[in-house]
Design a protein. Structure first.
Length: 96
């Protein structure tokens, strides 16, 4: 059995497969993405509904923008990934 390194997503300890923290975090991210897309579809649906639904859709969309900003607000402070060295601007509407 080879020694695991930091790039392994799963490990084999000789008795079975063990997911790494990175693997678990990736799964959490996929689940979060699916939930946000479900919310996005519901927002689109509510925008064509009653006045109350339209108000809920607007509030939910604003909250999603705040969450996207909060999650990505420190991206440019990271030094160890290549996108930090390439000029770019974050389009928060891509996240909602």
């Amino acid at each position: 059995m080879d020694a695991p390194d930091n790039s392994d997503a799963i490990y084999n300890d000789g008795t079975g497969i063990i997911p790494s923290r990175r693997w678990e975090a990736s799964l959490d991210g996929v689940e979060d993405y699916h939930l946000l897309m479900m919310l996005k579809r519901k927002i689109v649906e509510f925008k064509t509904g009653s006045d109350q639904q339209k108000a809920i859709a607007g509030e939910a969309e604003n909250k999603m923008m705040q969450i996207a900003w909060h999650i990505t607000s420190n991206v440019k402070k990271v030094q160890e990934i290549s996108r930090d060295f390439i000029p770019y601007d974050i389009d928060y509407y891509l996240f909602v």
